[in-house]
Structure formats: C-alpha cells, structure tokens
Design a binder for this molecule. Structure first.
Ligand SMILES: O=c1ccn([C@@H]2O[C@H](COP(=O)(O)O)[C@@H](O)[C@H]2O)c(=O)[nH]1
Length: 238
C-alpha cells in the first residue's frame, strides 16, 4: 500500500477496462473498482483483475446500519480485495461492525482486506460542510474528527484530500493510512473535485497512496499520463 498510485477504473463495463489495461502490459497495477463498474459487472470483474495480478481497492463506500454493513463486508471479504471502505459518517459502531464482518468473511489463511473510512469527500467544499451539512466546525476539524473516530474503531486509515493528510499523520501517526483522491497534475482540469492537489504536493505531505482517475483514464495516452504522474508522485526527475 505504501506509496501506491491507485488508478480509478471508472468505466461502464469490463470491455472498456480490458481495452484500457492493454498498454500497461504485464505491469502490476493497483486499481480501484468503484460503484459504476461493480454494479455493472458484479464480482466477476474482481476475479478478472485478480487473474491479471493487479491489487484491488473496492471503493463501494458502505454507509448503513451496523448489522447491514457487517453482513455486506462479510460477503465482500470473500472476494479477495486488498482494500475496502465505508463512510465515517456512519459512525464508530458501524465502522467496528465493518471490521467484524471482514474478519468473519476472510477465508482462513488469507489476510483480511484493509479497511478505510471516507472523511469528507474530496468533492465537498468548506462552504458545503458548514452550509449544507450544518457542521459547526471547520472542514479540517470535521475531517480530523472522522479520522479519530475511524482510528478508535480500529480501521486502518482514511480517505481524505491531500490538504488534510499531514494533519492526520501528525495526530494519528504515520502508520494510519491516508488515501487521497482529488489528484490533479497542473495541466488537468478540476472537474467536480473541490479539494485538489498535484502528485508532487501529495508526496510532500507523506500521503500513503494517491487515487487518480480521469487525468489518466481520459488522457490521449493513458500510459504516458500514468508514468508522468507516477514520476511526480515518487519524486523522480526526468
Ligand atoms: O472523497 C473521495 C472518495 C472517492 N473518490 C473516488 O476517487 C476517484 C477520483 O477520480 P478522478 O477522476 O481522479 O476525480 C473516483 O473514482 C471517485 O469516486 C473521490 O474522488 N473522492
């Protein structure tokens, strides 16, 4: 997990995923399967990506009552993904239940998937936190509060933006994972993301892993874009 670049495979079907992966050849990637792809293809897409030897973040952001999340995680644990997640807004009891489900569903002899909690989505602004969610503290404090809840519940880390990762590591330690979407090279547009940063900025914050979707998947040359972002993230000068 440490220093990974996770590619968000936000495609509508398996055919488009397989076409996208061709230029990467036999390189082992860390890929993210989100709601669109999982809802269209089901568990078979995970099997296919595992067959290709890729590491997998199953990004379904579970958020429901504790019993439902526990049962769902028990099922997801059987898929053999490396990383899964929940919304921290579901509360500490729900997060603890997610872990119980994962422990119960992980086949014996295998490592349970790491489990992280979404704090505030990277598409959420400080104004939305205060004026839509009616949270009476700053966005930064809200993110830190969710991260502390996640850690107390036993989770392995959080999803946050690159702008909060340093603060979270400072308070909760560097072993607590920070996984950050909202990564945008200088030449990319923001699209619907609000809290964005470059791969280089992410590296300076000591972030555990970055998640990159459209700057790679919509690029004219996805492999070239991937390698450029990876070099910036790893601090490689070219
Ligand atoms: O707070 C969050 C949580 C998850 N995401 C997911 O990451 C990718 C980002 O894709 P881009 O195209 O690079 O914006 C996407 O799959 C989201 O569902 C997030 O962006 N923010």
């Amino acid at each position: 997990m440490k220093d990974s670049l996770i590619i968000a495979l936000d495609f509508p079907d398996k055919g488009q995923v397989l076409d996208f992966l061709v230029p990467f050849g036999t390189e082992q990637l860390f890929v993210k399967v989100g709601m669109e792809l999982f809802y269209s293809e089901g568990p078979s897409i995970i099997e296919e990506l595992k067959k290709q030897n890729h590491k997998i973040f199953l990004d379904l952001k579970l958020h429901d009552i504790p019993n439902t999340v526990k049962s769902a995680m028990k099922v997801l644990a059987g898929l053999g993904c490396d990383l899964v997640n929940v919304h921290a807004a579901g509360g500490s009891e729900m997060m603890a239940a997610a872990l119980e489900g994962l422990d119960a569903g992980t086949p014996s002899g295998l490592k349970r998937p790491e489990c992280i909690a979404v704090t505030q989505l990277t598409s959420t602004s400080a104004v939305q936190v205060n004026e839509e969610q009616l949270i009476g503290v700053s966005l930064q404090e809200s993110v830190l509060n969710y991260a502390e809840l996640a850690k107390k519940a036993g989770l392995d880390g959080v999803v946050c933006s690159p702008h909060e990762a340093g603060m979270i590591h400072g308070r909760l330690g560097t072993k607590f994972l920070t996984v950050t979407p909202g990564i945008r090279p200088v030449e990319s547009g923001q699209q619907d993301q609000k809290r964005t940063a470059t791969p280089g900025f992410a590296r300076e914050q000591g972030i555990s892993a970055i998640v990159v979707g459209r700057p790679i998947t919509l690029a004219v040359d996805p492999l070239e874009s991937y390698l450029k972002i990876k070099n910036d993230w790893k601090g490689v000068r070219i």
